[in-house]
Design a protein around this ligand. Structure first.
Ligand code: AMP
Ligand code: ZN
Ligand code: FE
Ligand code: FE
Length: 281
């Protein structure tokens, strides 16, 4: 059995490996397939796809879109095998970039008001690609203003903390529509992190399925074995495909390894057939 990893991030969002570097790392790890699923952007995909090599892993173009969960807060939807040239997807993601461009200076201003000077130039230099709260956290760490990113989020950046700025998000249905419009397979990311009881989660998943959802990410670094089984069972019951990935970010989440997550993750390549069959259905 070979392993796959259908959830990873590069420097195009908040990971530390370049898209080509990620493809190379997946080849070195002997993975059968790897998907690049940067947050709210497909900018890394041309470089990623051009790193394809004979005998190397299948490179799956993807995206992870942050949406507004019913009741508030973020809910992530993965799009696998998206066509990153497709107009509707590009326009939807461009809207999200504009939202970020308006929000980031407000975060910088709030930090400044608290005597924590972090300029937009600094965070942009740290980011390489799109700028988000993780880069503000990194800037605060680099300046010795906090000990680590966890402290940066807890004291300043998390929702409800003094430098938090609300972000407008797409609805889950809109994100599913963008992914389907780009020929991709929409998958609910890390469902266990939604922290819902099984019955409520099942109801939500069915509602999303009505809006075009096609898969569940049952295998995930932070899902334990019972959660993995429960989510695989739910997917099977509802006729959804099962996906899995590590959420690899490189050095910004050093405990999470490509392919094996926190050490025990094993996403079998046998899942690929079910995912592709669903995509073609
Ligand atoms: P943004 O899209 O700019 O709001 O940033 C969201 C990202 O920040 C998420 O994808 C996480 O990687 C990271 N993040 C959110 N909350 C925390 C937290 N409490 N601790 C560390 N990282 C976090
Ligand atoms: Zn991330
Ligand atoms: Fe996520
Ligand atoms: Fe992710």
């Amino acid at each position: 059995m070979k392993l796959i990893d259908l959830h990873t991030h590069s420097t195009a969002s908040d990971g530390t490996l370049s898209p080509a570097g990620l493809a190379a790392e997946a080849a070195a790890a002997g993975l059968a397939a790897v998907a690049l699923t940067d947050h709210d952007t497909v900018q890394g995909l041309p470089e990623f796809l051009s790193a394809a090599a004979a005998g190397g892993p299948e490179l799956v173009p993807g995206v992870e879109i942050s949406t507004e969960r019913p009741g508030g807060g973020p809910m992530h939807l993965l799009g696998l095998w998206v066509d990153h040239h497709e107009k509707g997807l590009q326009e939807g993601l461009a809207w999200m970039q504009r939202v970020r461009a308006q929000r980031n200076p407000k975060i910088a201003a709030k930090l400044k008001d608290m005597g924590l000077a972090v300029s937009m130039e600094e965070v942009a230099a740290l980011a390489g690609g799109q700028v988000g709260r993780p880069h503000f956290a990194q800037a605060l760490v680099n300046k010795g203003l906090v000990a680590n990113t966890a402290e940066a989020f807890n004291r300043f950046l998390k929702r409800g903390a003094p430098a938090y700025v609300e972000k407008q998000r797409l609805s889950p249905g809109q994100a599913i529509g963008l992914i389907r419009g780009a020929g991709g397979l929409p998958v609910l990311a890390h469902p266990a992190l939604l922290d819902m009881n099984p019955a409520v989660l099942a109801e939500l998943v069915q509602k999303l399925q009505g809006q075009g959802l096609m898969g569940l990410e049952a295998y995930y670094s932070q899902h334990d074995a019972p959660q993995e089984r429960r989510l695989t069972g739910l997917a099977t019951r509802l006729g959804l495909a099962v996906s899995g990935g590590s959420d690899f970010h490189g050095a910004s989440k050093p405990d999470i390894r490509l392919g094996t997550g926190l050490g025990t993750l094993r996403v079998p390549d046998s899942l690929l057939a079910g995912l592709k069959q669903k995509l073609d259905s």
